[in-house]
Design a protein around this ligand. Sequence first.
Ligand code: NAD
Length: 428
Amino acid sequence: MASLEASPLERPLEWDTPLFLMARAQFEQALPHAEVSPMVAERLSFPERALIMSVPLRRDDGTWQVFAGYRVQHSTVLGPTKGGIRYDPEVSLGECAALACWMTWKCALLRLPYGGAKGGIRCDAHALSQHELERLTRRFTSELFAAIGPQEDIPAPDMATNEQTMAWMMDTYSTQIGYAVPEVVTGKPISIGGSVFRREATGAGVVMCTERACERMGLNLSDQRCIVQGFGNVGGVAATELNGRGATVIAVSDVSGGVHARGGLDIPELHAYAAEHGSLAGYDRCERVTNEELLELPCDILVVAAREDQITGENAGRVHAKLVVEGANGPTTLEADAILAERGIPIVPDILANAGGVTVSYFEWVQDLGRLFWDRDEIRIKLADKMADAFDRVWAVADEKSVTFRQAAMVAAIREVAGALESRGIYP
Ligand code: NAD
């Protein structure tokens, strides 16, 4: 069994924040079951590199402000690194490091030829105008220029970034290279090499996993009452897909709070409302609940698709669901994990449940490199195959080792990277 105790690196290191320590603890919990060498265990516990930038922005009123920017690349063992860019007041080195690790495991679990990365700017994107966001994104990309590239590190959207952000990044990078390089980012508009079905891929993948978990648990998805926390790219699409498969979505929420209707919500109407008003705030055609209350409402399936740290040691005892599905990254703390396991509530973990996004990002990159594009049905079928294959491997490891799905997913992923690292060895 591999041990990490002998690490000569002084701790704590710069990225040792609670979120990174949680990602590392998940890795350590899975290690004894993964049966990898101490060399592999030691190497993969640290990100390979991290970049911290200060990004200057001229505000629309002529004043100047400098923002902190980050990019962490966890592992290049399987190929270029891949991961989102988020704009959020909570972005930090430790947060990016944790998310970069999870991206490594996610890509490996789905057998994509990538390692994990994550980056972002510590800012409140909603307080910036479109012009300001464009200038900030272009300067950030320029600062990142030496670290990213189609064979080095390929960014994608994450919280508060979108297709437009990726278009600015692609254009800024391409301008410096001298010709169009669509394959430097994924999640772009279709007009510049984006893939059909990329926008829906994460939420659709969440529901593909949910459906497979239901089948394995002997449940009919269409008979389930579902709650979705988060009504953005992931949660909004997951709610639509659940609704489309006949499940009853009884509550959804965004940062402004939640809405609840025992008989089921009108999801298309909620989308129309959120598109018109910018959020669910003020929607009064059903009962309003807080985000805390939403997580504790009785239901069959709880999809957490907002952000990290939502099911905690404090509220896990009050979650009333038969199944929890992690659309967001890191929504369940370690204490909550243990409490839910003790209570017999299975969790489909983030690195499996929300892997649809990076999988279709991979399809986008392959299409860009080949300059040959696939249609929506082909992509949906290829995604469903990949998700089902990963789900079944996780289920098999959980059975074989009698561990939780999270540990099983980590074990399956660590084994993929370990196999490659053992073959390559460590230079020199
Ligand atoms: P988004 O910005 O589109 O949506 C986030 C949603 O969560 C919004 O509705 C927001 O109002 C809501 N929210 C924020 N804080 C909240 C809180 N405290 N309580 C309830 N709701 C809250 O972001 P997204 O792309 O949907 O990402 C959501 C999560 O999924 C993140 O953890 C992200 O890392 C993860 N993820 C996203 C993708 C992707 O393809 N977009 C892929 C994998 C994982």
